[in-house]
Design a protein around this ligand. Sequence first.
Ligand code: SF4
Length: 189
Amino acid sequence: MKDLLRGIEACRICAGRLGHEPRPVVQAGTGARILVAGQAPGRKVHESGVPWDDASGRRLRQWLDIDEATFYDPQKVALVPMGFCYPGKAGSGDAPPRPECRATWQPRLLPLLPNIGLVLAIGQYAQAYHLGDRHKGSLTANLRAWREFLPGTLPLPHPSPRNVAWFKANPWFEGEVLPELRARVHELL
Ligand code: SF4
């Protein structure tokens, strides 16, 4: 794992396509029980180098009901987004995670995480990758079918403040999914 993480840290595959220097942001340890599969770092995380060090991360930790010490313990929680570097802007939001990243690193990293008991597939890109054939065709359809993916995987919306309207329009997420999520997390940790 250490060698692989060093390789990721030194990765420059997307140099020249990002509009800035690559800065891979990932956390993983072989003992991790929970895999947080997000999209890609945003600008704030790109600048700090700390995964989920933003408003989305604060909301995610509230959802999981775990403190920062637990969240940032690589032997408990692996933070492995679909793209490890900030992909830059596209329109009003961030560009999609670089596809080279998924193709290059996920098949090498995921086998080194044998103790994962729960994959949190956050947002459309992680759901496309981690749900595979079980994907229901849209993010909301995946979320409505959340029970089907347990106990190993749980699709989640992105906890970004941009999604507040979705949270308000879908109160069942907070009422039904979050209690189950917290129970699974506490069981695993
Ligand atoms: S996004 Fe992934 S593949 Fe591209 S430079 Fe960063 S670590 Fe390498």
